[in-house]
Design a protein around this ligand. Structure first.
Ligand SMILES: [Zn+2]
Length: 147
């Protein structure tokens, strides 16, 4: 995976789909984790035009929670590592943060955290998707129209 520029957002998602998808991936043989210690999936989310698969695309296998699910999670079939997910028809790609090393953008929030879930409060914890996140996705779409 090759990404360029800053992510639209760097956040941890606790929604039911991300939890179920993360469990499916982590249940594969020798799979590396995609979720953190609290069951959330940390993502670095990039614009479609700032994300590319530069090698090994033939090894990627798509996993869906159901035939009609809008989201496909891609796993590298050689090592069963969860790489990224694509939500159709979104204009963004959410890459699994745990696949990256080095200096990463700080995580800014946890989203869709169910009440009663144990999660550290060092970053904002939201029960839904906050308006700020939706605003950033919309702003990214507008920026894409202008190159
Ligand atoms: Zn989610």
């Amino acid at each position: 995976m090759k990404v360029s520029g800053d992510p639209i957002v760097s956040a941890i998602c606790h929604c039911d789909d991300c939890r179920a998808g993360g469990r499916m991936i982590e249940a594969l043989p020798h799979a590396a984790p995609v979720r953190d210690a609290y069951g959330g999936s940390p993502y670095l989310t990039y614009r479609d035009d700032r994300f590319a698969i530069v090698q090994g695309s033939e090894l990627l296998t798509g996993i869906k929670l159901s035939d009609t699910a809008p989201t496909t999670r891609y796993v590298a079939s050689c090592c069963n590592s969860g790489m990224y997910l694509k939500h159709r028809p979104g204009w963004w790609v959410s890459t699994y943060r745990l696949r990256f090393t080095g200096d990463l953008p700080p995580v800014t929030m946890r989203n869709k955290v169910k009440p009663g879930t144990e999660a550290p409060a060092d970053i904002p914890v939201h029960n839904g998707f906050p308006f700020g996140l939706i605003g950033r996705l919309l702003a990214a779409r507008i920026a894409m129209l202008f190159g």
